[in-house]
Design a protein around this ligand. Structure first.
Ligand SMILES: [Ca+2]
Ligand SMILES: [Ca+2]
Ligand SMILES: [Ca+2]
Ligand SMILES: [Ca+2]
Length: 541
């Protein structure tokens, strides 16, 4: 699934129109400004109480700077609202081609990029892990058929069975993607055509929903009537040509890159991704070709709270370490593992991980890095994923459970996405959940935050919920630096606002309701005010 953010609202349209009519709750209304920082008791929206914590508990209280690692697609380090918030490696002299601080990485001034090459080139698109597995197995079992199967060892037979399952899934997915692309393309074309036709008819450059009423459904030509219907539907769904086009591009990229068995961008890095013996690869330029996702995440955590620009991040006193490891496509276990180690070794106290995927063939590499972070007291915050799945049954990797011994990391928090809407729509329709594997929920629908070029945008996803929790963890650590990672986790979970009985629509099951308490370990929503209160009680200043 890669970066777990929902970029494609037109998908809802596709589901709505093709499958089930227009769902009423997909009609866009506006989220309250700064909602994720508001307070559930005073502001009538389920934010995390950041403003209240600062106002009532932390006014003029000194704090320490906390380094926050963000493993993501890259970050626009020059964004106006992130000025002064980006970490700089104190002993590294920029651009001299020398590893001045001798940490193994040359000119790592703001962090590191694990999906780039020495020559400065960067990976943008990647295959899905499913595609990589398909290619790997296919190579191994090329030419094996039922006559040769008998001669295989039992281990090989097991792998062959796995290959067949992977093959079926891969081929199904590739076909589905192609089909969706076809349907969307048709929809896009009819939308563009309708738009053009209505503009010509009404002699205007811009159409509003009211303008459409000027078209008389009784007397207008059939093709004009059809055009009005197409646009009417578009207005009701709140989408526009740009959004539809982006969605179309997404599916094009899927077949061209993510689901293309012949696409091999790793040569840019020049390593052997099947081996993890050398973790010093990549380049020092951390923005990369597509920093939209990472920049949005960064703003939620640490955008300047005291200027008048853009947005207010959750944590006031942070420096963001930029670690690039997530392409458009599935991130590699190797890069995730080395990104975690980089963050730990260079001073991050909490790391945000807004990414995930369905397969993790080298999970033990990630597990070792998670154990390493655990041994150094570094907290890892992970987005639960956007497939509307129960992750107790269908994991979204990485997970807190170690392959080797089944033990669980105690420095790991998995976060589901909450909406600003009232029950029964309180949980994001796309959010993964799990009584054992999702720890708590946080705001993740329509969050307004920073995007490249000193711009701002509303995005949704557990990708947005995870950094809210990362922000609260950083806020806590900056005021209570003696807290250990396990203590921060304990405080965040215990102080979360519990709503065990609240009835909400179950993600992925339209019409089915479930108790909010059954969707996560705590049945709670993270809360900064409660967390600070609890930490004050523990006397850990
Ligand atoms: Ca260095
Ligand atoms: Ca240097
Ligand atoms: Ca780069
Ligand atoms: Ca700001």
């Amino acid at each position: 699934m890669n970066k777990v953010c929902v970029f494609f609202p037109a998908l809802a349209l596709l589901g709505g129109v093709v499958l089930a009519g227009i769902p009423s709750d997909s009609v866009k209304t506006k989220a309250p400004a700064n909602w994720f920082n508001l307070d559930p008791t005073y502001d009538d929206v389920r934010g995390v109480g950041t403003e209240r914590a600062y106002r009532e508990l932390l006014k003029n209280v000194p704090s320490k700077t906390v380094i926050v690692g963000i493993i993501d697609s890259g970050i626009d380090i020059n964004h106006e609202d992130l000025k002064g918030k980006i970490w700089t490696n104190p002993k590294e002299i920029p651009g001299n081609g020398i590893d001045d601080d001798k940490n193994g990485y040359i000119d790592d001034v703001n962090g590191w990029d694990f999906i780039g090459g020495k020559d400065g080139k960067d990976i943008d698109q990647e295959q899905l892990e499913l595609t990589r597995l398909y290619v790997k197995y296919k190579k191994r079992f090329e030419g094996v058929d039922s006559t040769k199967l008998a001669g295989l060892t039992s281990g090989d037979k097991e792998d062959y069975a796995r290959f067949e399952a992977i093959k079926e899934e891969f081929e199904g997915k590739a076909q589905e993607s192609k089909m969706t692309y076809g349907v969307l393309q048709q929809m896009y074309e009819s939308y563009v055509e309708a738009d053009k036709l209505v503009k010509e008819t009404l002699k205007t450059d811009k159409i509003t929903a009211e303008d459409l009423l000027k078209i008389d459904m009784g007397t207008a030509e059939p093709k004009i009537k059809r055009a009005r219907q197409v646009l009417d539907r578009g207005f009701k769904m709140g989408y526009d040509e740009k959004e539809l086009k982006e969605t179309l591009e997404h599916y094009q990229e899927e077949s061209e890159f993510n689901l293309n068995p012949d696409f091999t961008p790793r040569a840019i890095v020049g390593d052997n991704p099947e081996e993890n013996t050398n973790r010093f690869y990549g380049n020092g330029e951390v923005t990369g070709p597509d920093a939209r996702h990472g920049t949005h995440v960064a703003g939620i955590i640490g955008a300047n709270r005291s200027n008048t620009l853009g947005v207010k991040g959750v944590a006031e006193n942070v420096k963001i370490m930029v670690i690039r490891a997530v392409p458009n496509g599935d991130e590699r276990d190797k890069d995730v593992a080395n990104a975690i180690r980089y963050a730990v070794d260079n001073g991050a106290k909490v790391v945000n991980m807004s990414f995930g995927k369905a397969y993790s063939p080298q999970k033990e590499w990630v597990d070792e890095a998670v154990r390493y972070a655990q041994s150094k007291g570094v907290l890892l915050i992970h987005a639960a994923g956007n497939e509307a799945n129960n992750t107790d049954e269908t994991p979204a990797y990485p997970t807190k459970t170690f392959v080797k011994d089944g033990k669980q990391a105690d420095n790991w928090i998995s976060v589901g996405a909450l909406s600003w809407k009232k029950e029964p729509d309180a949980v994001a329709t796309f959010s993964n959940y799990g009584k054992e594997n999702v720890d708590l929920f946080a705001p993740g629908v329509d969050l307004y935050s920073t995007v490249p070029g000193s711009k701002y945008e509303e995005l949704s996803g557990t990708s947005m919920a995870s950094p809210v929790v990362t922000g609260v963890a950083a806020l806590l650590l900056s005021h209570f630096p003696k807290l250990t990672a396990a203590q921060v986790k304990k405080i965040l979970l215990e102080s979360s606002v519990k709503m065990p009985e609240l009835k909400v629509n179950k993600p992925g099951a339209p019409g089915e309701q479930v108790a909010f308490g059954d969707l996560s370990v705590t049945g709670g929503v993270v809360n900064a005010y409660n967390a600070v209160k609890m930490a004050q009680g523990m006397n850990k200043q």
